[in-house]
Design a protein around this ligand. Structure first.
Ligand SMILES: Cc1cc2nc3c(=O)[nH]c(=O)nc-3n(C[C@H](O)[C@H](O)[C@H](O)COP(=O)(O)O)c2cc1C
Length: 338
């Protein structure tokens, strides 16, 4: 069924298709009989960092930036939803067009630039989910106009405001579309951000895990720094990885990507980059907790991440190309741990 829907959606520009598709799903799920068609039976829950996830498969950050489609994403089978990236103040993001389908590579290229309604509005949207049996993660970032030296303040603002409404946090320092954001992956900057968030958390009655989302383009030296921050700051888990700016991963659409000049690439062509980083980190610390994301587009690629030791996984681009059939394929089977 998604094949037919996809041929219609792909007639629209990608961003329009996104909102049209999700608003249509919202409408369909209000029809009493139809809201049952996606139910899954006997899916194993996952315990991770003290939280119980309905299943291991989440929708990655960027898909539901403003927490508008959580109910629908859970209804079609996702085990959890990571909202955001949310910034303190609302911002429009980069000029359109800023999202491209690279269909020959089954990839996406985006330079959205953290378009979002700001954390006050997102909090209002999250208030509809106070009573729930599913996990919501809050992926947080800084406004474009905030200089890196003050970035820790932006993360703290989002953290404090969202704290009562989400179950875990993600410090996103790895989007390629906010100028210089990736410099926040340097040790000193990370320590400053985590010190501030952990200080606030230590004063709260409930402990909420904080994850760090990293880029797939980090060299060995930078990965060593990440490892040392992970250990020193007792970071709860890493999310590996954000989109790549290495256009060499593209087999067919490299020239198009190079002509665009700016944007992160996602989808199956970045799978190996993401897996290589996960393997490297796990080889250094086999107990490290990692959520695997990047290039999952079938059961085999989902199992690859599980076999690398990722208890949780996430998808974005695979879902655009394969729709709900991808969720069904991944969840209908047990992961085969090596
Ligand atoms: C259009 C688009 C927007 C995204 N926005 C965000 C974002 O706001 N924050 C974030 O941490 N990751 C963002 N991502 C990255 C995804 O969460 C994910 O890490 C990446 O796409 C790799 O997974 P995939 O190959 O399954 O797409 C975005 C990805 C896409 C395609």
């Amino acid at each position: 069924m998604y094949r037919l829907l996809k041929s219609l959606l792909f007639l629209l520009p990608p961003e329009q298709a996104h909102y049209f598709g999700m608003n249509s799903l919202k409408f369909i799920l209000k029809i009493p009989f139809l809201n049952r068609i996606f139910r899954f039976e006997n899916i194993s829950t996952v315990e991770f960092c003290g939280l119980t996830f309905k299943n291991k498969l989440g929708i990655a950050a960027g898909f539901d930036k403003n927490a508008n489609y959580i109910t629908e994403l859970i209804a079609i089978g996702f085990g959890y939803v990571e909202i955001g990236t949310v910034t303190p103040k609302p911002q429009e993001g980069n000029p359109k067009p800023r999202l491209f389908r690279l269909q020959n590579d089954e990839a996406l290229m985006n330079r959205m630039g953290f378009n979002n309604d700001g954390c006050d509005q997102v909090v209002e949207n999250l208030k509809k989910h106070l009573e729930r049996d599913y996990i919501i993660g809050g992926n947080i970032g800084k406004n474009k106009t905030t200089p890196n030296v003050d970035a820790h303040r932006d993360y703290r603002i989002c953290f404090e405001k969202l704290y009562p409404y989400v179950d875990y946090f993600v410090v996103n320092v790895s989007s390629p579309n906010t100028p210089n954001l990736r410099e926040l992956q340097d040790k000193d900057m990370l320590v400053e951000i985590f010190d501030s968030l952990q200080e606030y958390r230590s004063l709260q009655a409930t402990y909420k895990p904080i994850f760090l989302k990293i880029a797939p383009d980090l060299g060995q030296e930078q990965l060593e720094e990440i490892l040392s921050v992970y250990n020193e700051k007792h970071i709860d888990a890493l999310i590996v990885a954000n989109t790549t700016i290495d256009y060499n991963v593209l087999n067919h659409d490299k020239k198009f990507a190079l002509d665009q000049k700016m944007g992160g690439i996602s989808g199956r062509i970045m799978k190996n980059k993401s897996n290589d980083i996960i393997s490297y980190l796990k080889s250094k610390n086999s107990n490290m907790k990692v959520i695997g994301v990047g290039g999952i587009d079938d059961k085999a690629s989902a199992d690859e991440k599980s076999n690398l030791g990722c208890d949780l996984i996430q998808v974005y681009t695979g879902f655009i190309y394969r729709g709900t059939s991808l969720i069904q394929e991944i969840l209908a089977s047990k992961p085969t741990y090596a």
